[in-house]
Design a protein around this ligand. Structure first.
Ligand SMILES: [Mg+2]
Length: 690
């Protein structure tokens, strides 16, 4: 490469020239002139005075002398300067040639570089084009007004346009009006978004669920946007199917027990806000077993379907009718004002079901019995409300069937004195020294998690027990709702975390192999702004390595996907902590939600595992969750594995980790050590299970 300085080449000014110093000196000319003059005088004298032969000789001598004198003069004044100029011209010619050669060489080099660069640019463009064209996501380049400048084949296919026909169309035209609003700023222009779940519309008007990300870039002083659009129809369909399987009864299409629970919870919240009542009706068909036994199950199923239809037709849109199983149906009557409203509906149901059922060749008559309970008059706990309604229905049966009965407090013989329990709980947790390590009334038990490949214990879930002075040992289900309702979950949760970390450190110090210790974290704890500092402080204080701590979050926590939650989880991840979603499948979250969160594991709820070998529905749900979770790179833990059959089924579907009575119940810390050392109660998993 030249340095671009042309001064290295000789210029015309630098060509050699004849200098004044090279000219003949003046004295030489004078001598020559004098010599010629003298010799010519001598010749003229010779012509006058000398005879002819001598004159001739003198002329010849003069000629010779003249030649001798003029030759050097000719050389000095004519030939030498001429020669010098010729040499200078040659040198200039050489120099020009060199410059030309150098320039040619430079041009060739630059041309080669330019060709190479163009080739690289062309290669890169081909590569980028292949990436963009081969992408399964629609990729659009938009100008700052949001008009499409470029698009790829996937986008054209997704929106049903021919190649090139999307140019200059606005992106918002591809979205439903509501979705368009969500990705436009107040100025009506696009702004960067990440994985926004929206609805698009293709050319034919079909709605497509999508994830949209928009980023900006600058090119030639203009701002542009890149929009990446992922079609999530398949995932949404799968989740709908999963939700259908998980929340609806396949025989009648009515909500099942799970959805009934959710709806009842919502109805109670709504009624609480509006000062209304919720009526809960529990009903079944009288002597349904006889119908099943005499006419067969198929007929029984048709009767249940018809019953479901009549109940649905009878109720208001806002009410819910669910099938809990067999011939048991429940009804939620939302926002009623008094007991009489519930009684009126019960009477209508009794009347409707008394009308004959025409099922093919059979016309049959059935009656039903109904139990009624009211929130909040009878209770404010979902389970107890269902028990109340069930007890009332039992009373209706005792009173001759084909009738309804209202719940009274005397119906439940084993009613727990909730007020007394709350009082003693406040006393136990409310003590000022609660955060001290030793707590006489609370203890942690640990339940092992077993790896499907090695059969080794890879984790321990810490589960709290309350050693109630009068009621004996109580499990978390019996007092955690109370702890959450009273806010005492905050000191209790902190104590559990600290105690579990101390225990894990003690196990490591005792030489036990490393494994995760999992601690359940409630939604209320996560709402506490200091939760991250609290966890960091406990890790430091106890010397626990964050890599061996796992925090189990309830599924309801992750539904909101708020930035605040994502930040908290990311900070946990930075400490090396594993995040798992507990009781998965019972809430309304979707696996797609988890994709956006820094989550490592899902723990499938026990209610799905319990029936995995008997219910095709539950098997389908479990298999679906495992497959989707694996696609998202999450590990799957099955909770509540109790039998060899369940284990075999889970292994055949590649569930990663198992937990449940089949391996071990939750045990005290000292017994857990024995479990690890001796591997007692752990069923070894042989290769055939893998
Ligand atoms: Mg748990």
């Amino acid at each position: 490469m030249t340095n671009g300085n042309p001064t290295q080449f000789k210029t015309e000014n630098q060509l050699p020239i004849l200098s004044s110093s090279s000219q003949s000196p003046l004295w030489l000319l004078t001598i020559v002139a004098i010599s010629i003059f003298t010799s010519e005088i001598a010749v003229m004298i010779a012509f006058v005075w000398l005879p002819p032969p001598t004159v001739q000789m003198g002329v010849i001598l003069d000629g010779v002398l003249l030649t001798m004198l003029v030759s050097p003069v000719l050389y000095l004044f004519l030939f030498r300067p001429l020669n010098v100029h010729i040499t200078a011209l040659h040198q200039a010619q050489d120099s020009l040639q060199q410059q030309r050669d150098h320039l040619e060489e430079e041009v060739q080099k630059r041309t080669a570089e330019l060709i190479e660069r163009n080739r690289e640019i062309a290669d890169r463009e081909v590569h980028y084009r292949a990436v963009v064209e081969g992408a399964t996501e629609g990729i659009l380049t938009l100008d700052k007004q949001g008009l499409i400048v470029r698009d790829n084949t996937a986008a054209e296919k997704m929106f049903g346009y021919d190649p090139g026909m999307m140019a200059n169309l606005p992106l918002v035209q591809m979205l439903t009006p509501d979705s368009a609003k969500r990705c436009l700023g107040s100025d009506g222009l696009l702004y960067p978004v990440s994985n926004l779940s929206l609805e698009a519309q293709n050319k034919g008007g079909k709605t497509i669920p999508i994830l949209l990300s928009i980023s900006t870039f600058k090119y030639e002083n203009d701002h542009y946007f890149t929009a990446i659009i992922q079609d999530i129809s398949e995932r949404v369909m799968f989740e709908k199917r999963l939700a259908r399987l998980a929340y609806y009864d396949s025989l009648t299409g009515l909500p099942n027990r799970r959805l009934f629970h959710d709806r009842l919870g919502q109805a109670m919240e709504h009624a609480h806000r509006n000062g209304k009542l919720v009526g809960i009706l529990f009903l079944d068909l009288d002597h349904f077993k006889d119908i099943n036994d005499t006419l067969g199950h198929l007929f029984g199923d048709r009767l249940l379907q018809e019953t479901a239809k009549r109940l649905s037709d009878l109720l208001r849109k806002e009410d819910t009718v669910a099938r809990l199983g067999g011939d048991e149906f429940t009804v939620i009557l939302e926002s009623i004002s008094n007991t009489a409203d519930a009684e009126d509906i019960a009477k209508k149901i009794l009347h409707s079901l008394r009308q004959p059922f025409n099922l093919g060749e059979h016309e049959i008559y059935v009656t039903s019995s109904i139990g009624i309970t009211l929130y909040p008059l009878d209770d404010n706990d979902i389970e107890r409300l269902i028990m109340n309604a069930d007890s009332a229905m039992y009373q209706a049966k005792l009173h001759g069937r084909n009738t309804y009965e209202l719940y009274t407090s005397k119906m439940l013989s084993e009613t727990i004195d909730r007020v007394a329990l709350e009082k003693s709980f406040r006393k136990a947790v409310g003590a000022s020294d609660f955060l001290l390590q030793y707590q006489p009334e609370f203890v942690l038990h640990y339940q092992p998690e077993v790896d499907r490949y090695s059969g080794e214990v890879v984790g321990a879930e810490a589960l709290i027990r309350w050693q109630h002075p009068e009621l004996g040992m109580l499990g978390p289900d019996q007092f955690i709702p109370l702890a959450e309702a009273t806010g005492l979950i905050l000191p209790l949760g902190e104590w559990v975390l600290r105690t579990a970390c101390m225990q894990a450190v003690a196990w490591r110090a005792a030489g036990l192999p490393p494994f995760h210790v999992a601690v359940n974290v409630s939604a209320l704890q996560l709402k506490n702004r200091n939760i991250v500092q609290q966890v960091a402080h406990i890790l430091k204080e106890t010397g626990m390595d964050g890599r061996y701590l796992e925090l189990e979050l309830t599924e309801s926590v992750v539904i909101d996907k708020s930035e605040e939650l994502i930040t908290i989880l990311r900070e946990f991840k930075e400490m090396g902590i594993t995040i798992s979603i507990d009781d998965f499948g019972t809430g309304h979250s979707s696996l797609a939600n988890l994709q956006l969160l820094p989550v490592d594991k899902v723990k499938i709820d026990i209610s799905f595992i319990r029936n995995i070998t008997t219910s095709k529905q539950d098997t389908a749900i479990v298999v679906g969750i495992i497959e989707m979770a694996h696609k998202l790179g999450l590990k799957v833990v099955a909770e509540g594995v109790e039998t060899e059959e369940q284990l075999m089924c889970l292994l055949s579907h590649h569930c990663d980790i198992m937990q449940g009575y089949h391996f071990s119940r939750p045990v005290a810390a000292e017994n857990f050590e024995a479990l690890l050392v001796n591997r007692v109660e752990i069923t070894p998993l042989n290769q055939s299970h893998q």
